[in-house]
Design a protein around this ligand. Structure first.
Ligand code: AMP
Length: 437
């Protein structure tokens, strides 16, 4: 059998690769206005980075990790030996844990410093059951604001996220912004206990997974994909009603800032998000139609204890990640995907083999002058060269024949209209620049 890309992965063929590149450019453009700088952390880390950062009881850690073993480590494992911590590696399922590790390792946010703001883009890996919008290798763009506890920071991050989605072309009315507060160590333990009691009391109506979760991490039940469980959990206690005064005030202020910024949002009292590290504000953006059950295009929240988990001084922070594949699906579903192709602006056609070296020189000259230019490398006939120029969607053809070459001229043909003009070689670049948009 022919070799294929592994299940749950996709090749980013040029059109999609370009579209992803445009998403990253948009992120750079929008995020830098908010003071964010690009950071790149490794694609694999010590397993402990993710276990500590994301939480043992999450699906991501419990079920979905891809482990990385060097040959040496694999041999040790096969021989029944125990691996050292730095031999137990895993592909990153998300980047926040890696960024938090880097922040502590390089002391990027010393006490009292202004918040450090980072953004990243790259592949993430989760061993999930592949379906539309859910892959095993997928791409995220994310941002982290580390060092600020105030509600203005939450509001700024959420506003920046929505501005980003709008800048990539998703219409505002096609998105739902959901927000919730998950409380903190003051109020969440008592709430968690209430949810546990609720699950135990309703165990006959809930799936085995939810009941099991009651013992480990009851709030995870809210993430259950089972519709009947969701219906039961509608009546579960809501954290909104159990928040301590500080959390309630923080949450209210975040909502006030969002409202003042003209951002519409919905409160989602059962939004807990899949990772353990969140405290207080959490949010998710969904698209209204076209993506089926995988309708979340991005989400995030506050993680005030995360930096401490990595051995840093208590440092508040928050961030989000968006799924690049899902953004593309959302753009397509809403008819807003730009078909992108970097077609040549100019195609050089030669009448015979004698003009090839002049065409080759000219192509180099045009490219050096910042013009996208292509020519035939397969000694095609004149007719086939024009066909190729059409296929590549070139805007102009430069035609070089024996007479033109003798006169130091070329013919310039507008591909759309077929209009032709003769141009002196010396002024060709200038003329092309005037014609091209
Ligand atoms: P999370 O890191 O789980 O908060 O996910 C953030 C965003 O990444 C989600 O809203 C999705 O858009 C995207 N995402 C998460 N998991 C996958 C996956 N397996 N395949 C594709 N996109 C994903």
């Amino acid at each position: 059998m022919n070799l294929q890309a592994p299940r749950g992965t996709t090749d980013l063929l040029p059109e999609q690769a370009l579209a992803f590149n445009v998403l990253e450019q948009t992120a750079l453009d929008v995020f830098s206005r908010y003071g964010y700088a690009l950071i790149e952390v490794p694609t694999f880390e010590q397993l402990d980075v993710f276990v500590r950062g994301i939480g043992q009881s999450t699906d991501v850690i419990g079920k979905e990790m891809f482990f990385v073993y060097s040959m040496h480590a694999a041999e040790k494992l096969a021989a029944g030996e125990t691996l050292k911590a730095d031999e137990r590696l895993a592909l990153r399922p998300e980047a926040t844990a890696g960024v938090a590790r880097a922040v502590v390792e390089h002391n990027l946010v010393p006490p009292g410093a202004a918040p450090a703001k980072f953004w990243y883009a790259g592949s993430m890996f989760r061993h999930e059951r592949p379906q539309k919008g859910r892959l095993r290798e997928f791409h995220q763009i994310g941002a982290e604001c580390i060092g600020a506890a105030e509600p203005t920071a939450d509001a700024e991050v959420i506003i920046m996220l929505m501005r980003f989605f709008e800048a990539v072309g998703i219409p505002r009315q096609a998105m739902r912004l959901l927000v919730n507060s998950m409380g903190d160590e003051q109020c969440r333990p008592a709430y968690r206990e209430k949810v546990r009691e609720f699950i135990v009391a309703h165990s006959e109506q809930l799936c085995a997974d939810c009941v099991r979760r009651a013992g480990t991490n009851p709030l995870r039940a809210f993430d259950c994909k089972n519709l009947s469980c969701q219906q039961v959990l509608v009546d579960a206690p809501k954290l909104r009603d159990e928040l301590c005064d500080d959390c309630r005030q923080h949450y209210q202020q975040v909502k006030d800032y969002l409202t003042a910024a003209g951002l519409s949002f919905e409160e989602a009292p059962r939004l807990v998000r899949g990772l353990d590290y969140y405290t207080r504000t959490v949010f998710e953006v969904q698209v209204v139609n076209g993506l089926g059950s995988q309708n979340a295009i991005g989400g995030g929240g506050r993680y005030d204890r995360l930096i401490e988990e990595f051995g840093g001084k208590p440092t508040p922070g928050l961030g989000f990640a968006v799924g690049m594949e899902r953004i593309q699906l959302a753009l397509e579903a809403n008819g807003c995907a730009n078909r992108m192709q970097l077609s040549p602006q100019v195609f050089i056609v030669v009448v015979g083999a004698e003009q090839v070296s002049a065409a080759f020189d000219l192509a180099l000259r045009l490219r050096d002058a910042n013009i996208r230019c292509e020519l035939d490398h397969q000694a095609r006939s004149l007719k086939s060269q024009f066909k190729l120029a059409n296929k590549l969607d070139a805007q102009l053809c430069v035609i070089i024949g024996p007479e033109e070459l003798a006169q130091d001229e070329v013919k310039l043909r507008m591909m759309e209209t077929g209009d032709e003009q003769t141009v002196a070689s010396a002024t060709l670049t200038e003329t092309i620049r005037k014609i091209l948009p």
